[in-house]
Design a protein around this ligand. Structure first.
Ligand code: BDR
Ligand code: CA
Length: 312
């Protein structure tokens, strides 16, 4: 039986690749719905981008729910400098026609977790944790019903990408992240420590394009667009493809390794707000609350991604 998932996202070119990877894997994953959140760009754009990605995959039947348009306690910080004005800059796409559901994303998350048998729904957050934090705040009973939260966010060895101390998704809404990490739900974290090892090199980008399909060209075009920023910043051979690591983990957990440790979120300090304080070296007796990944088989990851894109 495929594993039931909800993708919570702020597309974002790398979010787009993650959504496509899930849609390409129906034997393993049943996508119950996509909830959108303000993050890389404001909510109206992340929602439109989610629609466009589903249409690229020829899946206008996917249920998309718009969620929160701002973080719990602070003003929204966006990342147009990375993802472009639309959030999904790259090859042009027509305006989407598929519908957005009337229900709020947070209510969809709560209702789904309450109606499906406990322990059977996994949530994959690929953006700021506002929707998940709000859902847990509104309906604390859902924490025990979540199978797993597999999220992209945070960093320990790589520290930060939006500030010297914080990764973007956690930085945008640390209060929401704090709720999630304290919720007691099982959590798997794909931090920058992992995603900075899955770089879209020229050869990997060429492999997407060589598929000769619309999806292959789109993934190549998207990654090529947001590469320019990270390549310049890190001087690396290619940009990290952050968000699809979460879906890849659901398909091939053997590609990843990490530690079950305590992870807490800095919400107080102005200087280090949004820092994921990960007890990687187990120097405290704070209880473990998350599996924090540290390594990945990057070639295996790209082989999986390319092979799945070929199915769309
Ligand atoms: C995260 O921030 C976003 O810009 C990306 O989509 C990814 O989810 C990386 O820090
Ligand atoms: Ca994202």
């Amino acid at each position: 039986m495929p594993r039931k998932i909800i993708i919570d996202t702020d597309p974002g070119q790398d979010d787009a690749a993650a959504i496509l990877l899930a849609l390409a894997s129906p034997d393993e994953l049943e996508l119950l719905g996509i909830t959108t959140v303000a993050g890389n760009v404001p909510l109206d754009l992340t929602t439109k981008n989610a629609q466009m990605v589903c249409e690229v995959a020829k899946r206008p039947d996917v249920k998309i729910f718009a969620g929160c348009d701002r973080p719990l306690a602070h003003t929204l910080v966006t990342a147009e400098h990375v993802h472009g004005k639309t959030g999904l800059d790259g090859p042009p796409l027509p305006n989407p026609k598929m519908p957005v559901q009337d229900q709020h994303g947070v209510d969809f998350i709560i209702d789904t977790l309450r109606h499906e048998p406990p322990g059977t729904v996994t949530i994959c957050p690929l953006g700021p944790l506002t929707n998940i934090g709000t859902a847990l705040q509104k309906a604390p009973d859902i924490a025990d019903r979540i199978q797993e939260i597999v999220l992209m966010g945070g960093a320990y060895f790589q520290v930060g990408n939006i500030t010297p101390a914080a990764e973007f998704n956690i930085y945008v809404d640390p209060e929401a992240a704090d709720i999630v990490f304290k919720s007691g739900a099982p959590i798997v974290v794909m931090p920058l420590d992992v995603t900075h090892k899955v770089l879209v090199t020229q050869a990997r980008l060429d492999a997407f394009r060589a598929l000769g399909t619309h999806v292959g060209r789109m993934v190549a075009g998207w990654t090529e667009f947001f590469e320019r920023f990270d390549k310049e910043k890190y001087g690396s051979a290619g940009a990290p493809l952050h968000d699809p690591t979460t879906i890849a983990y659901l398909l091939r957990p053997d590609l990843f390794s990490g530690r079950h440790i305590n992870v807490e979120i800095e919400t107080g300090s102005k200087l280090t707000r949004g820092m994921t304080v990960a007890d990687w070296w187990r120097v405290t007796d704070r209880p473990a609350n998350a599996t924090f990944m540290g390594d990945v088989d990057a070639d295996g990851f790209f082989e999986l991604l390319t092979e799945r894109m070929a199915r769309l």
